[in-house]
Design a protein around this ligand. Structure first.
Ligand code: ATP
Ligand code: MG
Length: 414
């Protein structure tokens, strides 16, 4: 039997990679304009990096990680998210000491063992933006604005921004208690998972997709009633800043996000034409994460966006012919060394040059030149080699001219 990709994983074929590259280009470009630098971390890490930061009761850690025992004994996991690895790198390399504000972004594959479906894969890609060092609302607004600008530039359809605040530690512990008081009498109506979460992490119950439980949620206490004065001030300042940037948002006090490390501002960008998996991006403040992982207390905020979902939400763009593609046809076997050299000279001038390596006929090669959208064809036949000339056919006008080999640069530089 022929080999196939593993369930939930996909090839990105050459015909699709142009769209990926455009997406990546916009991300690099916008991140750079905001002064963020790229960080690349390993594909696998210590398992405990994720269990300690993301949280034992989360979907990711409790059932989605690809984990194995290394031959030397340690437990290793394919990264299911990238904020924890970036925070690990921040601590390991003492980045906080190099500069009080560290602005970073990343892009790359992640691995989660979920049920494959539309918008949900087992290997998928995210890009993310993270800022370490500032606790102030300007930083929240900057991070959200970067997402908004990237998604707007990409032309994402029907984009909306949901915003919430999970408050500081004090607010969370009061809210946790209130949720336990509310759900304890209703315990029998909760699923087994939610019953377990009720003890350890009742906020997770708000994440439920179960319709019966969702009905119970309608009457549950709202986190907004538990914000401290500082939480409240921080959150309204973030909202003011977003308004002055004319970034529209909706408040959603039930949005707790799927990971444990969030504090205060949390947000999601939703694209309503994506169907059931409509979240393009999720993020928030994680002021306690660096300390949890053994570093100095460092406020931080960031987001992660699913790249497959972004590409699903934007129009498949037409293949753009860059207008710089040249096809070189050499019909003389003994002159192939020279042909390769001429091709390189034209490349040096900034053109993309394609050559036939199948020794096909002139007609077949001209057809190929048209197929790839070449603007010019350079032809080398017996006569041309002898006279040290080249035939140049302009495929946009159909005109053909003969030039002296020594005029090659002059011809292409005009
Ligand atoms: P969901 O509720 O869709 O499971 P999540 O809360 O697990 O999302 P995050 O961990 O916040 O998602 O990841 C951020 C983004 O990464 C998501 O908004 C989504 O676009 C993308 N994403 C998450 N899991 C997958 C997956 N299995 N396949 C493709 N994209 C994914
Ligand atoms: Mg998930």
């Amino acid at each position: 039997m022929a080999f196939q990709t593993i369930k939930g994983t996909h090839d990105i074929l050459p015909e699709d990679s142009t769209r990926w590259q455009k997406l990546e280009h916009i991300i690099h470009d916008v991140a750079a304009r905001f002064g963020y630098s790229e960080i690349r971390t390993p594909i696998f890490e210590d398992t405990s990096l994720f269990s300690r930061s993301v949280g034992e009761d989360t979907d990711i850690v409790s059932k989605e990680m690809y984990t194995w025992q290394d031959r030397s004994g340690g437990s290793i996991t394919l990264r299911p998210e990238l904020t924890a690895p970036v925070a690990r790198a921040f601590i390991q390399h003492n980045l906080g000491r190099k500069s009080p504000l560290q602005r970073m972004y990343y892009m790359g594959p992640l691995f989660r063992r979920e049920r494959p479906q539309k918008g949900r894969q087992r290997q998928f890609h995210q890009f993310g933006i993270e800022a370490f060092g500032s606790k102030f609302p300007e930083q929240d607004a900057e991070i959200i604005a970067i997402g908004y600008i990237i998604f707007s530039k990409l032309g994402l359809k029907d984009l909306s921004l949901k915003l919430n605040s999970l408050g500081s530690g004090k607010c969370r512990s009061h809210y946790k208690k209130a949720l336990q008081d509310y759900f304890n009498p209703l315990k029998n109506q909760l699923s087994e998972t939610s019953q377990k979460r009720l003890e350890s992490n009742p906020l997770r119950i708000l994440d439920t997709k179960n319709p019966d439980e969702q009905t119970l949620l309608a009457e549950a206490p709202s986190i907004a009633d538990f914000w401290t004065e500082d939480d409240q001030k921080h959150f309204s300042h973030v909202q003011d800043l977003l308004s002055s940037l004319e970034i529209p948002f909706e408040l959603d006090s039930r949005m707790v996000r799927g990971l444990d490390y969030y504090t205060r501002t949390t947000f999601e960008f939703i694209s309503s034409n994506l169907g059931a998996q409509d979240a393009v991006c999720g993020g928030g403040r994680y002021d306690g994460l660096v300390e949890t992982l053994g570093g100095k207390p460092t406020p931080a905020i960031g987001f992660a966006a699913g790249m497959e979902r972004i590409l699903m939400s934007i129009d498949p763009q037409e293949k753009s012919t860059e207008g710089n593609s040249v096809y070189l046809i050499n019909l003389v076997e003994s002159a192939s060394g020279k042909a390769l050299q001429v091709a390189n000279e034209i490349r040096e001038l900034g053109f993309a040059v394609t050559m036939d390596t199948l020794r096909r006929s002139l007609k077949a090669q001209l057809r190929d030149a048209n197929r790839i959208g070449a603007i010019k064809v350079v032809i080398m036949g017996d006569e041309e080699i002898k006279n040290q000339t080249l035939q140049i056919k302009d495929l946009t006008t159909g005109e053909q001219e003969e030039i002296a080999e020594s005029d090659l640069v002059k011809h292409f530089v005009v």
